[in-house]
Design a protein around this ligand. Structure first.
Ligand code: SF4
Ligand code: SF4
Length: 345
């Protein structure tokens, strides 16, 4: 059941000003939920670090770190990234003195050795010895992923035993992978795509994904959600889209990407059950989502099409075509192109 949401018109008052008026109060406000069977108590809002990095907005490290640190200072304790997002430098700069911050990362590694390198890279570039959550990054994988990437999975299990990885997870866009992960005892956390329109969900829809999430939850898996705004497609229904997912009680936290201060201010107020000034809401609704664009140097290798987790890229006669109705603006197609032929614009 979707909660009714009241947006109260009040004069704009920034979160920074509010904190100055109520020093120390914000840190206690944001609701936390236990995630799975492990000792992970995470804020309902998870700061998504994907869009600030080179795959998307590519904002300066100082500014991105400022946003992350501001979120931390206002009580947000959960941050999501991935090796492929190239956003470790932002998180290290912001949270180097905050070992209690919970960071989830991911690797597309398949073999034991590749995953071991990913773990070392995360430790070095995040500046911490413990990685709280390490996912198999498996956006468009099938349920065979646990066999196909057995080496990488074994590596995560070994590093959990060593106390270097706290929890093992899988990030996925596919309903049947969530169902399968629910049955895999060594998986602690699942990070599925879910949104009000069902965009980007592979081999299912919103309803079947919710059922899979419920099954996983009943088996003790911790769950947090991605792409609740469907890569910007739901931005015109910002509050309703977030509340839809927030009201799925099996979901402990919602990862939402932030690249601007107004977006962070909105989430801090919204997840703290506070009124949203209309001016602030308007600024968030006004966000122009960048999109991938194919340039002219294509050698028709199809890698971008095979990589896109949303099936948004098909091969045309002389170059790939992007279906923007399906594109979730994840940016995954950019780094895989051997010709650097895809840009965000
Ligand atoms: S085309 Fe596909 S891979 Fe590229 S940004 Fe869109 S959804 Fe992501
Ligand atoms: S990955 Fe790059 S070169 Fe290959 S088909 Fe896509 S745009 Fe063309």
């Amino acid at each position: 059941m979707i909660k009714s949401v009241t947006i109260t018109l009040v004069l704009f008052r920034s979160v920074e000003n509010k904190k100055a008026e109520n020093p120390g109060k914000d840190d206690e406000d944001m609701k936390k939920n236990r995630m799975g069977k492990l000792d992970l108590l995470v804020t309902e809002f998870c700061f998504g670090a994907l869009p600030m990095g080179p795959l998307q907005a590519n904002i300066p490290i100082d500014y991105g770190a400022h946003l992350i640190r501001k979120a931390w200072n206002h009580g947000v304790n959960f941050f999501d990234t991935a090796e492929s997002y190239q956003t470790y430098p932002y998180l290290q700069k912001a949270l180097i003195d905050c070992p209690e911050a919970i960071i989830a990362t991911k690797s597309t590694a398949s073999t034991y050795e590749e995953m071991e390198k990913s773990i070392f890279k995360a430790q070095k570039e995040l500046g911490r010895s413990l990685i709280n959550i390490f996912h198999l990054h498996a956006a468009r994988a099938t349920p065979a992923v646990f066999e196909e990437r057995k080496g990488a999975f074994e590596c995560l299990k070994d590093y959990k035993k060593k106390g270097i990885v706290q929890a093992i997870g899988i990030s996925t866009h596919a309903v049947d992978v969530v169902e399968k992960a629910a049955e895999v005892s060594d998986i602690d956390i699942i990070f599925p795509i879910i949104n009000i329109d069902g965009m980007g969900i592979i081999r299912g829809n919103t309803s079947t994904m919710v059922k899979a999430i419920q099954k996983a939850y009943l088996r003790g898996k911790g769950i947090y959600a991605m792409k609740v705004l469907a890569g910007g497609h739901c931005i015109d229904r910002l509050v309703d889209a977030i509340e839809f997912v927030r009201n799925i009680r099996e979901i402990s936290s919602i990862a939402i990407g932030v690249v601007k201060e107004v977006e962070l201010d909105f989430h801090l107020l919204h997840f703290n059950q506070q009124s949203i000034p209309q001016e602030l809401l308007n600024q968030c609704l006004d966000r122009k989502q960048k999109k991938p664009v194919i340039l002219n140097f294509c050698r028709k290798c199809r890698i971008c099409s095979e990589t896109c987790p949303s099936g948004a890229i098909t091969m045309g006669s002389d170059r790939p075509l992007i279906n923007y109705e399906k594109c979730l603006a994840c940016g995954y197609c950019l780094p895989v192109c051997p010709e650097f032929n895809i840009r965000f614009a």
